[in-house]
Design a protein around this ligand. Structure first.
Ligand code: NOJ
Length: 562
């Protein structure tokens, strides 16, 4: 079947489908067991056929990989394990020729300890201008042996590590909100601002269509280094979401807008306060930000409905489209999460041995694909979710590299379970990810033989088929993507809404339900039962011409466009 063409409009990003590539685990072109740019380039036709508009590639820069590449040693060079700058340029061009834009990851909060600036700061010693680009600070106590603050790292433990002076004596401490290998930059320093604007230009000049901004709410810190207190109001937290941060994104937006074509800023903004979140999406700041609130919700109609409502209500006033995200390289795969008794997501709750029912999870993940693809705004799809891969929960402990696991003394399983190399073809590992006989950087489960792209491509009931159908239909339906949205009343356990003459209905209850009046059934996530929608199933319906559903009294009109 022919594919509708991707949008060429300057507002393409408002309704785009963006596929997250974690290059280390996507496809291995040089046969060393680690994914790379050659592998990604060779699989671009697969992504075109899936029906996506853009890829977001997680960090591909030179990195010691202390945090899977989020510890960047050189923002202008590709890690040799992944390829070369020329290959990155060729990838951007090849993808564009297939109608796929490239969004890259920018990591501004911290650098790698191997970054030239940090090495220079260590060598230059206390009081040097080189140290002012970071957060070096003397310790408390007479001998400076106590941490400057008790701020807690996102990767557990302290946010401070003590340095050793060039003469071998114990020195100052430096701040790292993540691992010690990721020293935080000082965003009040003009060098830091100028450097990142230059990095943005470097990549915009090479044709990238946008940037995903890592840890976007964390950049600015309170210089007085106070302890965090409950009484801290919005904007007063010592290192999260401080008001001054918006200057940075205003400057970046100006820079992006100075380029031809639309260059989008996509923020990784983890904030519970929806009004504060929306501030990042004001017309002169970022274009969009990930909707983690929805991603973390359990499989429960009321919880999801509330998230959809608060999401649309928060985005409306700033005129930004919402985003819908089921997972990414940091969180538990949907097939596994939705099969759990508690199907919400939180980093703190992750433990080994949490039971899941994968059959239930898979049904729900299929229905969630229809749900999220029908909601107004743009859609993110993490590699492997289109194959319905489960989280790999039995990786040999000694092979887990994620600092979240290592720094928790092995209590937190970490995030490697969703980063296992993709299965492409064949009946045993490495499933076409690497040449036969190659050990992949994380081992793939033997049970993935039925989940390879090859196996699913020929199975009309597979997750891959479903995703292809969903994305094809989404592209063909002008009412989907960005645009108006209206709830339909279909009962407490059912999410039902209209998008123009189309409706999406999702049954999260325990019994089959009747479908609302409709002219046609376009797609279902699993077969209907005698015309009724079974539990954990979603359907896209064509409403009858002139159907009053989308505007009838009692339904609430909401829109993602102002
Ligand atoms: C968010 C990224 O998605 C995650 O993988 C990383 O560990 C942290 N930011 C720190 O850069």
């Amino acid at each position: 079947m022919a594919y509708a063409q991707p949008s060429t409009a300057p507002t393409w990003w408002r309704g785009a489908v963006i596929y997250e590539v974690y290059p280390r685990s996507f496809a291995d072109g040089n046969g060393d067991g680690t994914g790379d740019l050659a592998g990604l380039r060779s699989r671009l036709p697969y992504l075109r056929d899936l029906g996506i508009d853009a890829i977001w590639v997680t960090p591909w820069y030179v990195s010691p990989l202390a945090d899977g590449g989020y510890d960047v040693a050189d923002y202008r060079a590709i890690d040799p394990a992944f390829g070369t700058l020329e290959e990155a340029e060729a990838l951007i061009a090849d993808a564009l020729a297939l109608g796929i834009r490239t969004i890259i990851d920018i990591v501004p909060n911290h650098v790698s300890e191997q970054h030239a600036w940090f090495q220079a700061a260590l060598a230059a010693g206390p009081g040097s201008p080189e140290r002012e680009r970071f957060w070096f600070h003397p310790g408390k106590g007479e001998d400076g042996s106590e941490i400057p603050t008790r701020w807690v790292s996102d990767f557990q433990g302290s946010t401070w590590t003590r340095t050793t002076n060039p003469d071998g004596s114990p020195g100052e401490w430096y701040l790292h909100l993540f691992a010690p290998q990721q020293p935080d930059l000082n965003w009040s320093h003009p060098d830091v601002r100028a450097e990142f604007e230059d990095v943005l230009r470097f990549w915009f000049d090479r044709g990238v269509a946008g940037i995903r901004i890592d840890s976007a709410a964390l950049l600015v810190k309170d210089h007085t280094l106070p302890e965090y207190r409950e009484e801290h109001g919005p904007g007063e937290h010592p290192h999260v979401d401080r008001d001054e941060i918006h200057d940075v994104y205003r400057a970046w937006r100006k820079l992006a807008d100075s380029y031809e074509g639309t260059r989008v800023l996509v923020g990784e903004v983890w904030l519970a306060d929806r009004a504060r979140f929306a501030q990042y999406l004001r017309p002169d700041e970022m274009h969009t930000a990930f909707n983690f609130d929805f991603m973390a919700r359990p499989w429960d109609a009321a919880a999801m409905r509330e998230s959809i409502d608060t999401t649309l209500a928060a985005h409306g006033p700033v005129g930004a489209p919402a985003t819908w995200v089921l997972s990414n390289h940091d969180v538990t795969r949907p097939v596994t999460r939705y099969g759990r008794r508690d199907s919400s997501f939180s980093f703190a709750a992750k433990r080994f041995g949490t039971p899941t029912d994968l059959a239930v999870g898979r049904r729900r993940a299929r229905a969630a694909a229809l749900l999220t693809a029908a909601l107004p705004g743009s859609l993110y799809l993490y590699q492997g979710d289109e194959l319905g891969l489960p989280e790999v929960e039995d990786l040999p402990r000694e092979l887990i590299q994620d600092p979240m696991h290592v720094r928790s003394q092995g209590v937190d399983p970490g995030r490697d379970g969703c980063r296992v190399p993709l299965p492409w073809a064949g009946s045993e590992p490495p499933f076409g990810f690497s040449p036969d006989g190659t050990a992949t950087w994380l081992p793939q489960p033997a049970q993935w033989a039925g989940l390879t792209v090859q196996a699913q491509a020929s199975d009309p009931a597979s997750m891959l088929h479903l995703y292809r159908d969903v994305l094809r239909a989404r592209r063909a339906e002008p009412a989907l993507g960005d645009g108006p949205f209206a709830w339909l009343d279909a009962g407490a356990d059912v999410l039902a809404f209209a998008r123009g003459d189309l409706a999406c209905v999702v049954n999260l209850g325990s019994e089959p339900v009747d479908l609302p009046p409709h002219a046609d059934v376009l797609l279902t996530s699993d077969p209907l039962e005698r015309g009724r929608l079974p539990r954990d199933t979603a359907a896209w319906l064509r409403l009858a011409t002139g159907s009053p559903d989308a505007s009838r009294p009692g339904t609430e009109e909401a829109t993602s466009t102002p």
